[in-house]
Design a protein around this ligand. Sequence first.
Ligand SMILES: [Zn+2]
Length: 286
Amino acid sequence: MSNEPKDSLDRRLIPPVICYPTKTLPKPNLKLYSKARKSAKKTDEIIVPPRDAIHFRVKAGQFFRITSIEGPQVGDLNLWNSKNLREAFYTGKTRALHGSHLTKGNQLWSCFPYLRPMATIVEDTLEWYGIDSFGASVHDVIGTRCDPYTQKLLSDQNYHYCCHSNLCRALSTATGKSIDQIEMMVHDVLNVFMCTGFTRETGQYFMKATPVRPGDYLEFFAEIELLGALSTCPGGDCSVTHSNNSAVCFPLMIEIYTPDETALVNGSNNRWTSPEINSYNQTHGQ
Ligand SMILES: [Zn+2]
């Protein structure tokens, strides 16, 4: 144990400051999205079977909804720019900007050098949950994804239906490429419906039974052309375990909604357009 200095209490009492104040962050036009959503018609539906993943495509300006349908189930979501798969969802910066758990109004940001919103959360039926007495909340961007490598490390077992492997198979199907070619493109996820936090005592990542119930959903507005993949986590409701076949698992439903052509026109008669990629000049001081 290191020696505690005499002024340790003073040092601990220094108040925190927010790393990335979001006052200057461009805000999504939720009113416009809400107006467009009213005109939108359902144009596709995909069911993700338990312990599997399915890919889906969403055009910029469409909405997609992930719904719990048969029982409490957690989903692991990956997103890519469907026209440039190098532009992928960046959980770390999304977390730094919006916090450890996402809800309505938060955006899912893409990786460097793009760093722009890929999708905006427009509805969250679990927004009421907030942060519970354990410090837990839902829809985290902290938990990476369950994967066969960590499972092998911790229990010396080969398990092939972790979210990482499910997402690999889904991306392989979507692109027609081998797992070997695309595995590195599978990335840290938005843990849809998962209820998580860090223990106060040890700072360890914990999970608890999701509060989601059939009929609950999380809905997004696609800011750019998207390829998505959603895995139904083998942890099911994530109340006990994951990375094996012991938990009860349920399917999840993805629905795509398409608004009227004229619905994304704002009061000044300008049609909504996808956000531009980040304008930093990328010289990095060289
Ligand atoms: Zn998982």
